[in-house]
Design a protein around this ligand. Structure first.
Ligand SMILES: *[C@@H]1O[C@H](CO)[C@@H](O)[C@H](O)[C@H]1NC(C)=O
Ligand SMILES: *[C@@H]1O[C@H](CO)[C@@H](O)[C@H](O)[C@H]1NC(C)=O
Ligand SMILES: *[C@@H]1O[C@H](CO)[C@@H](O)[C@H](O)[C@H]1NC(C)=O
Ligand SMILES: [Mn+2]
Length: 595
């Protein structure tokens, strides 16, 4: 078993085994600076390091599963065990409201669930037999937190310690970003020293924000690889080797785990989806792109992802600091995942999502903490990232957020120097080689829409499609045409370039999930992915056709109902007039928004 990476690296090196049995070269990070106060310091010191030691890694692969632990966990019973949904009984509801309010999730329930509970193994079957390099780099896990609830914080730490091979996990650093909860100070330190010897907390004297808290933890870290986690997560079975192997093979690599959902009410542990590639739109909302055919063909292999989700990732400390860590001018939170992702790709690295590494994350019901008031810090962060990394593409952001032009982004010389020194590639390269399919879904300049206004029936010309409201739900129906928008109803729609029909001014789309010939039309948040929300307007026949099969928008004027039926040339209620149609766009239908 390998306890000391460096000592053994020297041993291997000196004993000359290296030449025959090896394929991989791993540059070992040594001389980690300990108390550098600023990133500048660190960067300067890192450059002053002597020639790197070179570790020759064996290509031998092993099964890293801890079968004893898997066996023990599989027998556990109790609330929340195996990731099953859990509930509070009526006499356990005392703290429910109070704790919900300050945490944004069911923290009272968290207190009822074992701190080291078992989680379900929901990995792809192929992950269960996968082997990984026998020699993997060591890990420091960094977990920033601000007023995290104590049992979710401890469950994060316990799950990491429990499900990491001890020879790989060097330490877990909880970075207390000036929490005000009593537990976050001495009781936490006492708990850790008594119960979790590899875990320690560092306490920042003042609120620093997520980004600087991560940096503070990373500066303390001593292992080869940094893994950042949120403070309300649970590491799943064998989560480490799939994150570490790609980094062992090439240190300029960042690897993200699959993020599973821990439901905020029941703390049930379940999958989010089958994976997707990270992206953004031109307002810098985080978005996702579909997997590529080659990714789908190898469901257990890491796949390239343009943008990380942000909170959970592994990166070699060496590469992280070569990139200057995060821009220390980024405040609180926002934009940091773009900064790091752009840097990684543009400056000669690569980023992967590893489907066999899974970490559960509580997506809160709502954010309970007020932002420390500092004006539009997110806008300022975005502008820093755009100015340093995005070249001419920054304009597309400013087109949509014109006020960014006037934000003072602060001093960018250090960031620009890093870009220059590392000889990083232009953003155009990133867009063409890495995020090459992003513009199809999120075009920098949006095409015009196909049409808009009222949708009036031909068979019953006094009736229009109407987005009414029944209780709190939006419903689609037909109603007497009224011009414009009132509080009660909305008859103004857009047939957008996404090929969906939206209620004007709202992100609600005409949606049909029922595949039968006769189906109701509902309103659903727009996803821009066609499918259930795909509509085509046939000018000649005056039909609104839904989806791939031949169904036409239709109505029952007697019952004021709106639905689809099999298209019928003789039906007058299937014909509709869209108030304003852009004929140029309609003529160009096939070329808009398609790959
Ligand atoms: C260590 O863990 C046990 C069991 O969870 C707990 O009762 C005890 O208070 C912990 N020790 C400290 C010093 O917090
Ligand atoms: C319909 O909405 C569009 C923008 O979404 C707006 O320009 C137009 O004035 C609206 N029409 C009416 C009649 O309200
Ligand atoms: C119709 O679309 C074309 C092509 O995008 C555009 O040039 C034109 O301005 C649009 N017309 C209207 C009235 O929006
Ligand atoms: Mn989170």
């Amino acid at each position: 078993m390998r306890r000391n990476f460096k000592a053994i690296s020297k041993f291997l090196f000196l004993s000359g085994i290296s030449v025959v049995c090896t394929v991989l070269i791993y540059r070992l990070l040594s001389n980690k600076p300990k108390n550098g106060n600023s990133l500048n310091d660190l960067f300067a010191r890192r450059k002053a390091l002597g020639p790197e030691e070179v570790l020759i890694l064996s290509s031998e692969k092993i099964d890293w599963h801890n079968y004893d632990l898997i066996e023990l966990d599989s027998k556990r019973q109790g609330p929340g065990e195996q990731g099953k949904p859990a509930f509070l009984s009526t006499n356990e509801m005392n703290n429910y409201e109070k704790l919900y309010k300050v945490n944004g999730f069911n923290a009272a329930l968290s207190d009822k669930i074992a701190i080291d509970r078992s989680v379900p193994d929901i990995r792809h079957e192929g992950c269960k037999t996968k082997k990984y390099l026998k020699q993997l780099p060591s890990v420091s896990v960094v977990v920033p937190f601000h007023n995290e609830h104590w049992t979710t914080l401890l469950r994060t730490a316990h799950s990491v310690v429990k499900r990491s091979p001890p020879e790989l996990l060097k330490e877990v650093i909880l970075v207390d970003d000036a929490s005000t909860k009593e537990f976050s100070k001495k009781p936490l330190d006492d708990y850790l020293s008594a119960n979790l010897s590899k875990v320690r907390a560092i306490h920042l004297p003042e609120r620093s924000g997520l980004i600087r808290a991560r940096l503070a933890g990373a500066r303390e870290a001593i292992a080869d690889v940094l893994i950042f986690l949120d403070s309300h997560t649970e590491a799943n079975i064998n989560w480490l080797p799939p994150l570490l192997e790609p980094i062992a093979q090439d240190y300029k690599t960042c690897v993200c785990p699959f993020i599973d959902v821990i439901q905020y009410e029941t703390l049930e542990y379940r999958a989010q989806d089958e994976g997707a590639r990270g992206a953004f739109d031109w307002e810098f909302f985080y978005k996702r792109l579909p997997l590529l055919p080659e990714d789908l063909a190898h469901p257990t292999e890491p796949f390239k992802s343009p943008i990380m989700a942000g909170g959970l990732f592994a990166i070699s400390a060496k590469f992280f600091w070569e990139l200057g860590g995060y821009d220390e001018g980024l405040d609180i939170w926002g934009g940091e995942q773009y900064e790091l992702s752009f840097k990684i790709w543009q400056c000669g690295g690569q980023m992967y999502d590893a489907p066999c590494s899974r970490v559960g994350h509580i997506y809160r019901k709502y954010a309970p903490f007020p932002n420390p008031g500092k004006g539009d810090f997110v806008g300022r962060n975005y502008k820093r990232v755009a100015e340093v990394w995005m070249d001419e593409y920054a304009e597309y952001l400013y087109m949509r957020r014109p006020r960014y032009k006037f934000i003072d982004s602060g001093d960018l010389t250090k960031q620009k120097a890093i870009r220059k020194e590392l000889n990083c590639k232009p953003f155009k390269w990133f867009m063409e080689k890495v995020a090459f399919d992003l513009p199809l879904k999120y075009p920098p300049i949006e095409p015009d829409d196909f049409g808009s206004g009222e949708i009036r029936n031909v068979g019953a010309p006094e009736l229009c499609v109407d987005a009414g409201y029944k209780d709190r739900d939006s419903v689609l129906q037909v109603a007497k045409c009224v011009k414009g928008t009132s509080k009660k109803s909305d008859q103004n729609f857009t047939l957008t370039w996404h090929k969906d029909i939206r209620v004007c001014g709202k992100s609600l789309c005409f949606d049909i999930s029922d595949p039968n010939d006769k189906a109701d039309v509902t309103l659903f948040p727009c996803h821009g992915m066609k499918g259930n929300q795909y509509w085509k307007y046939d000018m000649e026949k005056q039909w609104f056709l839904h989806g791939a099969n031949n169904r036409c928008l239709d109505c029952d004027p007697g019952k004021m109902k709106l639905y689809v039926r099999s298209c019928d040339d003789s039906s007058k209620t299937q014909k509709w007039r869209l108030e304003n149609v852009n004929l140029t766009m309609i003529a160009n239908w096939e070329n808009i928004g398609t790959a």
